[in-house]
Design a protein around this ligand. Structure first.
Ligand SMILES: Nc1ncnc2c1ncn2[C@@H]1O[C@H](COP(=O)(O)OP(=O)(O)O)[C@@H](O)[C@H]1O
Ligand SMILES: [Mg+2]
Length: 233
């Protein structure tokens, strides 16, 4: 479904991604694991169209999308949960959610809103509250809910566990697992390798902008290099 081929991204003279290639098949959940500064957010932003690649190709359903603006990528079925669960702080919970569905019809949005509220009852209780009054974990759920309002086929998630209490990390990864069951393809980038490897089918390891390892999640969990660097083993 998503193919990234030989992607090179620079910030001025600094190369953040080096010839990176990966793929996500339909219905698959894939993680890119890496330490702080490895290039995870850069990868997600390049796929979504928020930073321009210097070279390489990004294809969705075989169609090149790397020259399309972000909103056209959204229209083709991709949605982003940005790092730190960024939400519009001075809008209400429901206004934030409705922004996520701006490309959809009102009737569809009403139905999808109810699904998101069923997934995150805490958002339903707080639908009229300003987003800035939510806790960090609730804002993270709102960011996921907002992305789901676009009814994406491919959900890109940047470091959803960051700054969350372990119990909320669990809850968020349960939701991700649920989305997978609902046939939403997922690409998530994470420092929290232990949590990510619980829910994904496959994973890649990113170091200093280079992919250095890839494999099924169960295999990577056993990999000494992964255990030493990311699983405290
Ligand atoms: N806007 C930017 N300008 C210059 N350098 C950046 C910018 N954003 C990220 N970088 C650099 O690119 C590298 C990868 O960053 P990033 O993709 O944010 O990593 P991660 O998300 O894995 O922590 C880092 O060395 C970072 O300092
Ligand atoms: Mg990041």
């Amino acid at each position: 479904m998503l193919t990234v081929q030989d992607l090179n991204v620079f910030y001025g003279p600094i190369q953040a991604l080096h010839g990176l290639s990966l793929q996500v098949d339909a219905g698959e959940a894939v993680a890119v694991l890496g330490a702080n500064g490895a290039g995870k957010s850069t990868l997600i932003k390049a796929i979504m169209g928020l930073v321009p690649p210097q070279s390489g190709a990004i294809r969705l359903d075989g169609q090149p999308i790397h020259r399309l603006p972000p909103w056209e990528r959204t229209a083709r079925g991709m949605a982003l949960v940005p790092e730190g669960g960024r939400v519009f702080r001075d809008l209400t919970v429901e206004q934030n959610l409705r922004l996520g569905g701006f490309l959809r019809r009102e009737a569809e949005n009403r139905a999808q809103l109810e699904r998101v509220y069923a997934l995150f009852p805490v958002l339903a209780e707080r639908r009229g509250q300003l987003a800035k009054t939510l806790s960090g974990g609730e804002q993270q759920m709102l960011a996921i809910g907002r992305a789901l309002m676009a009814q994406p086929r491919l959900l890109l998630i940047d470091e959803v566990s960051m700054g969350l209490m372990p119990i909320l990390v669990q809850k968020v990864f349960q939701v991700i697992d649920g989305l997978r069951q609902a046939n939403v393809s997922i690409l998530l980038v994470e420092q929290n390798a232990a949590a990510a490897l619980e829910v994904v089918d496959r994973a890649y390891v990113l170091e200093n902008g280079h992919l250095v390892l890839e494999g099924p999640a169960a295999e990577l969990r056993q990999e000494p290099q992964v255990q030493a660097a990311y699983l405290g083993g």
